[in-house]
Design a protein around this ligand. Structure first.
Ligand SMILES: [Zn+2]
Length: 322
């Protein structure tokens, strides 16, 4: 059953895609006439596919830079309601005036609260449209198959992700890296995105999977990923990184950590999330299921563009400016 939020946002999505129809057709024609895969266009399009509201925090700076610095657009598809996070809502009880850590209350109220929170985070990041699939967030587990067979209507989720990809003309999909020790729902979101793309016809988006990291950590990230005969995928050797510490602005005192902290602060129902403020300063990516060398070329182009513009975020001009 669709939420009010989804019903309101769907017409916005339809209008948005209608406006994109002409350039999308032009791009399709260009890809048919060129022998080589098309290079990344000037306005890259990204779909975030994640299990929970707040998972987008892994790539806060990357998304902000795409939407603000290089003229790209980003949509976000969120598979679950995130109501399993009620145990972290103690301090949010006073803020929302509801006993959210009571499981029955939390599971009833958090779906709408977390939608409002992620929409606020999305307004900070410049996300165009959110798509909510409203699947259940039952409990923490490492087991992807428990999520796919007991928590979600996996066939419906796969169809929704595939439909979104087919109509969205995306260059990239961002998801969380399916490491062995990450939530089974994070693994399931990444695998669902890969399976949906495998069933697509024509141009396919490049899947970039994120792990966040601290430059103060002496332990390198593990890019092995979880292993499962039922869910095979590959991790390409290329690594990409966005640095939240790049300085800019008046007296060179600002950086993208500020944006990441705004996003964290928007998700007040997830209390312990705040403890990570300033802890993470690197957003790192690997390509999953690299299909062709041109996939890596597109990713190279994206991250070069982000690096080139990172220290010079584009200021808004006053309305009266020419
Ligand atoms: Zn999550």
């Amino acid at each position: 059953m669709r939420t009010l939020c989804e019903r309101i946002r769907r017409p916005i999505a339809i209008l948005f895609f209608a406006l994109l129809l002409v350039p999308a057709l032009a791009r399709a024609q260009a890809s048919q006439s060129a022998a080589a895969p098309p290079p990344l266009g000037p306005h890259p399009r990204v779909l975030i596919v994640v299990a929970h509201p707040d998972d987008e925090s892994c790539f806060s700076a990357t998304v902000y830079e795409i939407t603000h610095n290089i003229g790209g657009s980003v949509d976000q598809l969120i598979i679950t309601n995130g109501e399993g996070g009620y145990r972290y809502s103690l301090l949010a009880e006073g803020y929302y005036h509801e006993p959210l850590t009571n499981e029955a209350v939390g599971r009833a109220m958090l779906p709408d609260i977390r939608k409002r929170e992620v929409l606020e985070a999305g307004s900070i990041l410049g996300i165009t449209t959110h798509f909510f699939l409203d699947e259940r967030d039952v409990r923490y587990t490492l087991d992807i198959d428990e999520v796919l067979t007991q928590h979600w209507n996996a066939a419906l989720v796969l169809d929704e992700v595939k439909h979104r990809l087919e109509v969205g003309n995306y260059d990239f999909v961002f998801t969380l890296f399916p490491s062995a020790d990450t939530h089974g729902a994070h693994k399931a979101a990444a695998i669902t995105a890969l399976n949906a793309i495998a069933e697509m016809q024509g141009d396919k988006p490049v899947v970039l999977a994120c792990q966040d990291a601290s430059s103060r950590s002496a332990t390198p990230l593990d890019w092995t990923g979880f292993q499962s005969a039922q869910h095979p995928y590959t991790v390409a050797p290329q690594r990409y990184s966005v640095d939240r510490n790049v300085k800019f602005g008046f007296n060179n005192v600002m950086d993208y950590q500020i944006i990441a902290n705004w996003v964290i602060a928007a998700q007040k129902s997830q209390g312990a999330f705040q403890m990570g403020v300033n802890d993470i300063d690197k957003e790192q990516f690997a390509i999953l299921d690299l299909a062709a060398p041109s996939d890596a070329t597109k990713a190279d182009q994206l991250f070069h563009a982000l690096s080139d513009t990172a220290a010079h975020p584009v200021p808004l001009r006053p309305a009266s400016s020419p």
